[in-house]
Design a protein around this ligand. Structure first.
Ligand code: KG4
Ligand code: ZN
Length: 351
């Protein structure tokens, strides 16, 4: 822990942060102590609603957040056994995400911060996915190398400190989760398809189909997934035209294996070239069984230590936002009531 942070944390003990997360299709509230200990965490998912449309409908997401946010707030307070006066600060995901969805959380948090007279802390959603690891591993501290794979992002990030990070690899097109969901949709699975591919892949053979492994010239840590998705779509289309059967379990196993190989090979190369031995992963796609197994075996092979949150902390939740908020607050980040939400924002930037 850097010297300046040690000093501050000695002064601020038992800082309880109430956080909100509404960036996509989960309305969540949580209370976390000192960035590490979950006191309460409530997630209300809208997945059943969006399933009907094969993906998240932004307008519906905003409306459902508006309906659910009071409920998740009250439930998180009730489960914590705390009073609002016990809370030291209010945090919220302010970027990136669906703008209308983000605004629900941002405005709710602003109102609460103003009425309760508590500081307001804006948090970057992807920084939150990294911070999920601080909740799971009490001794984990930067610097480390991190793979973030979610529905909207696929990054390899050098995490220099709790609030300073630089991206060294990214996707050139679809994010890993987006690729999973699009391929799953083509195979007839419901949204979100990542979990269905995961389940089917466990029954399939990963050496049946040869999917492309794109290499981006001059960008050794970047990935591209749109070719994999197109491969799946074309394969299914051709089989249908010829009246041939496709073994979906095998196709899922091959697709999952290709995504995992693309992510893991870049991550291992980056670890070697930048000299990291501490490897961290986060984001919804890190719930994937094949990815977790591949990371575990590669890290063991190279004698790296690996940190991946439990599956429950990989997907969107507010506890990870509260955790990151703690470190943002210690580094001096707070917002005024003019805080706005942003649909896009680099993880490298601070609020
Ligand atoms: O991090 P997340 O919950 O939300 C975003 O910030 O985007 O990630 C959601 C993504 C979805 O694309 C979902 O299909 C994918 O994570 N996902 C999975 C699995 N569980 C969730 N992908 C592959 N295998 C899984 N088991
Ligand atoms: Zn997320």
């Amino acid at each position: 822990m850097p010297f300046f942070l040690q000093n501050i944390s000695e002064r601020i003990i038992q800082l309880k942060i109430l956080a909100f997360e509404t960036s996509c299709d989960e309305t969540a509230a949580a209370i976390v102590e000192d960035g590490r200990k979950i006191i309460s965490s409530v997630v209300s998912t809208q997945i059943d609603e969006h399933k009907k449309y094969g993906g998240v409908v932004p307008e519906i997401a905003s409306r459902r957040h508006t309906e659910a946010i009071c409920f998740v707030y009250e439930k998180a307070m009730l489960e914590s056994g705390l009073d609002l006066s016990d809370i030291d600060a209010v945090a919220v995901t302010a970027a990136p995400g669906l703008i209308g969805a983000l605004l629900v959380g941002v405005n709710f948090a602003k109102g609460l911060s103003y009425s309760a007279g508590k500081p307001l802390i804006p948090v970057h959603h992807i920084r939150g996915h990294i911070a999920a690891n601080y909740l799971a591993f009490e001794d984990l501290a930067p610097p480390f190398l991190c793979l973030v794979a979610s529905g909207g992002h696929s990054h390899i990030v050098r995490v220099h400190s709790y609030t300073e990070m630089s991206i060294i690899g990214r996707t050139r097109d679809d994010a890993a989760g987006e690729a999973f969901d699009k391929a799953a949709r083509a195979m007839g699975f419901e949204y979100p398809g990542g979990i269905h591919i995961d389940r089917a892949a466990r029954k399939g053979r990963k050496d049946t189909y040869r999917l492309p492994q794109p290499h981006i010239e001059g960008a050794p840590y970047d990935v591209s997934f749109s070719g994999l998705k197109t491969f799946v779509v074309n394969l299914l289309h051709n089989a249908e035209q010829k009246g041939e059967q496709v073994n979906t379990d095998d196709l899922c196993a091959c697709f999952e294996n290709s995504v995992c190989t693309a992510l893991c090979s870049r991550l291992m190369l980056a670890a070697k070239n930048f000299g990291y031995t501490k490897i961290v992963a986060g984001g919804g796609v890190c719930a994937n069984t094949g990815l977790r197994e591949a990371l575990a075996s590669l890290c063991a092979e190279n004698a790296y230590s690996l940190f991946i949150p439990p599956v429950s902390l990989c997907s969107d939740n507010a506890a990870m936002i509260a955790s990151q908020a703690y470190y943002e607050f210690l580094s001096g980040v707070t917002a005024s009531l003019s805080l706005n939400a942003a649909a896009t924002m680099s993880i490298e930037k601070s609020f």
